[in-house]
Design a protein around this ligand. Structure first.
Ligand code: UT7
Length: 328
């Protein structure tokens, strides 16, 4: 069983930060950021909370889908940057959108969040005949936990939201969800305080660097090495399940972290770059939002059309990775 993406929506924060703006906080320059990452600007949430951006994207997706909010059976929000530990962003969005008959929960698979959430939605649709539509919302305010003194990480990320309404269908579908937690310490930020003097009695090694407190810590080189393998591997694992190859795919919609990662993965897959949707130049790395945001844009501008086969591929903190192959 597959899914049909009925409608999508997005929300972009009002504030834009260019590469030049970062020279006010850290020693950097536009040329370094552009050539090493492909990013020229990104949106930054100002007054907008995560749930607000998610709600706006969700309302647009519901309108585009042409459905009644009361017919939504479940709201899944993926985010690594919720405004609250509890309640979930999904519960707030469920209320704001009038999805009065829906369940709601958040899911955190970092930058692979949308892939995990969409695949979770499909599984609910498959096993619950009463469930007609599911609203999947990716929403992130990464700027609120960036370390603006760390030039190697703060220039990479951006904020925003994107959402999709899905229903079950018999269209082509395959997925794979994976995690390699041995790299958990390479990309992390703490939520609760852990007093340094508290010795944790555990049989497990603590992989988290001391500097990874409440701001985002990233070992860029290790994450890069992981990403250039995770992207092709996710596609190949999902493709193998249904006996197709990269030649059968019309568009690859990868997580938008760094254009060099996409270029390297494209080479490994033997797929030309013009089959990859790339939008990171204007938005940076928006974590779980990046795949649905790129998908939304490509649908809006007519690049992706109905009936085409897509590969949505994510990778990120966890270290999580995964892919979905579907017919749009
Ligand atoms: O969604 C989560 C997934 N995250 C990712 O996919 C991120 C993966 N990692 C990367 O994309 C890259 O590793 C970075 C973009 C983070 C870094 O690029 P790099 O080509 O690996 O640079 P580097 O870390 O090797 O640094 C090269 C130099 C260093 O200077 P020295 O030691 O050679 O003098 C850095 O200090 O560039 C310096 N540098 C900068 N210079 C100007 C690091 N950041 C900056 C900066 N501006 N913003």
């Amino acid at each position: 069983m597959g899914i049909n993406i009925l409608g999508m929506g997005r929300y972009l924060p009002e504030q834009t930060l260019t590469n030049d703006d970062f020279t006010r906080f850290v020693e950097t320059n536009d040329e370094w950021i552009r050539t090493r990452t492909g990013i020229t600007e990104r949106r930054m949430a100002g007054w907008e909370p995560t749930w607000y951006m998610g709600t706006q994207a969700a309302l647009k997706a519901i309108e585009a889908a042409g459905i009644a909010p009361k017919d939504i059976g479940l709201v899944i929000s993926c985010t690594a940057t919720p405004d609250f530990h509890t309640p979930s962003m999904a519960s707030i969005i469920q209320n704001n959108t009038g999805a009065v008959n829906a369940g709601a929960f958040d899911l955190n698979a970092a930058c692979t969040g949308f892939v995990y959430a969409l695949d979770t939605a499909r599984r609910f649709l498959e096993t619950d005949n009463d469930m007609k539509y599911i609203l999947v919302v990716a929403n992130e305010a990464l700027s609120r936990f960036l370390d603006f003194t760390d030039r190697s990480s703060c220039i990479l990320f951006g904020d925003g939201a994107a959402a999709a309404v899905v229903e079950k269908s018999d269209k082509l579908y395959s997925s794979v969800l994976r995690s390699d937690g041995s790299g958990a310490g390479y990309l992390c930020a703490r939520t609760l305080d852990v007093a340094p003097e508290v010795a944790v009695e555990s049989d497990f090694e603590d992989p988290f660097p001391a500097m990874a407190q409440h701001k985002l810590y990233q070992n860029g080189k290790e994450v890069y090495k992981f990403a250039v393998n995770a992207l092709p591997k996710s596609f190949e694992l999902a493709a193998e399940k249904i006996g197709i190859t990269s030649a059968d795919i019309d568009w690859f919609v990868p997580h938008q972290a760094n254009v060099r990662i996409i270029e390297t993965a494209a080479k490994k897959l033997g797929v030309p770059m013009d089959k990859f949707i790339v939008t990171l130049d204007h938005y940076g790395n928006t974590s779980s939002v990046s795949i649905p945001l790129a998908l939304f844009e490509a649908i809006e501008n007519g690049t992706i059309s109905r009936g085409q086969k897509l590969a949505l591929i994510g990778f990120g903190a966890g270290l999580t990775y995964g892919g979905i192959i579907l017919e749009y």
